[in-house]
Write a protein that binds this ligand. Structure first.
Ligand code: APR
Ligand code: PHB
Length: 390
């Protein structure tokens, strides 16, 4: 088989890139290790910056997002027992975010790909990438018990943090930067109305908590937990009780509890690989970088990577020019590092870090106090939260 762009991974990055390429008449094939059902089963943050929304519109998959997504012009931060609102809209000259689950984004992209007739190979096994240093890259894989070869012009490594693409680059050609946080997030999804119409980020001495949502009838809550905790240790009752201890009285009164639909523990990590281009192999999305979920930048960074990569590929196929592809890594990394800084900062501000001791706690409280007494500081939070320009 031959194509122009071989895309490894059918997460949001691979599907979005594929959709844009297909609409531009650039042939592409997606190879995905798992089944569509498995890919849709992963629950992830659902806060979209305007830039990501624009990309989804450009890919022709914005209709349901605009109909069902919830427009949020602010968030709340609860600390020292009081909720403080961050007026995202007012502080950024009218920008909002849209709350719309990543599962729904993925579903919309999958539906559009199916409708376009472009080739996707799910359950592709033993995917391996070759020859990207030269002009004729090849992807090998097994499917349905047979070996296959896909010749292409370029390989897009959209295969997530544990994917094969980054791991196929010689270690001397790549540098990685990493910070692993000493706690996890225990998430619970329930068919209950959200406790508040905006997200509440909670800094509490028992640990961070977050009240988020998927719709007016479906809520997503998180608790900072120990990395040693197992999901089985957390009955729904224990989860709701602990959440109640970290909320203010009004939120406790408003909280509607119910059985969990999904419950899982995720570790928190900051990670960046440099560069993101190796000859004719490009890394995009989680394959090249990870942010801790505080601030919900993961999907939004995947969208900006795809913006730069798609523009470079489109320019190459339209004009034969390589300037956009040559600039890809540097352009993407400049935006990635700023989102890494913001996610790291928000994580440090709101979580308990017992190893930082009482001094560390005082620093957090001073920073929160400063934040809500300074329009400049709040504006910095707001402009990062709604998303820095592409
Ligand atoms: N061969 C084929 N497919 C693979 C391989 C492989 N060797 N390894 C991984 N994959 C697939 C995974 O099964 C997954 O479906 O690549 C896909 C990568 O998807 P994501 O992990 O969702 O990464 P990405 O598309 O970059 O999305 C970024 O998703 O992970 C969240 O928080 C992140 O919101 C961000 C967004
Ligand atoms: C979520 O809804 O899952 C979510 C929202 C905001 C975050 C992280 C996760 O910062």
């Amino acid at each position: 088989m031959r194509t122009q762009v071989a895309i490894i991974g059918a997460g949001p990055s691979g599907l979005l890139l594929g959709q844009l390429l297909t609409r531009a008449g650039i042939a592409n094939v997606i190879l995905e290790r798992h089944t569509p059902e498995y890919v849709l089963g992963r629950i992830r943050a659902g806060v979209l910056e305007q830039g990501a929304v624009a990309m989804l519109d450009e890919a022709g998959v914005g209709a349901r997002l605009h109909a069902e997504g919830l427009v949020h012009g602010g968030i709340e931060i609860l600390w020292a027992g009081t909720r403080h609102r961050v007026d995202l809209n007012g502080l950024t000259g009218g920008k909002n975010v849209i709350v719309y689950g990543q599962t729904e984004v993925t579903k919309d992209l999958m539906d559009a790909r199916r409708a376009s007739g472009a080739t996707s190979v799910y359950e592709a096994e033993e995917v391996s990438v070759h020859g990207f240093d030269g002009t004729k890259p090849v992807v090998r894989y097994r499917h349905g018990g047979a070996a296959h070869e896909l010749e292409c012009d370029f390989i897009a490594g959209c295969d997530g943090f544990h994917g094969v693409c980054r791991q196929s680059v010689p270690t001397r050609a790549i540098r990685t930067y990493e910070r692993v946080y000493p706690f996890g997030w225990l998430g619970l999804l329930s068919e209950t109305p959200p406790v508040s119409h905006e997200l509440i980020y909670v800094s509490h001495e028992r640990g961070f908590a977050l009240c988020s949502m998927r719709s007016h009838t479906r809520s997503r809550y998180y608790l900072q937990c120990s990395l040693d905790d197992k999901v089985e240790d957390w009955s729904d009752e224990r989860f709701w009780e602990e959440l109640g201890k970290r909320l203010d009285a009004r939120a406790v009164a408003d909280l509607v509890t119910g059985p969990s639909i999904e419950k899982s523990i995720a570790p928190l990590r900051s990670f960046v690989a440099e560069p993101l281009r190796f000859g004719r192999l490009f890394l995009a999305g989680d394959a090249g970088h990870i942010v801790p979920p505080t601030g919900a930048k993961g999907l939004n960074l995947a969208a900006s990577d795809v913006r730069y990569l798609y523009d470079g590929l489109a320019e190459y196929y339209r004009k034969g020019a390589t300037a956009g592809l040559d600039a890809y890594s540097e352009r993407a990394l400049r935006r990635i590092w700023k989102a890494e800084r913001f996610s790291w900062w928000m994580t440090n501000l709101l979580h308990r870090f017992p190893e930082n001791g009482p001094f560390g706690e005082k620093m957090q409280l001073a920073e929160l106090d400063y934040l809500f007494s300074s329009k400049a500081a709040l504006t910095a939070l707001a402009e990062n939260y709604v998303g820095l320009p592409y």
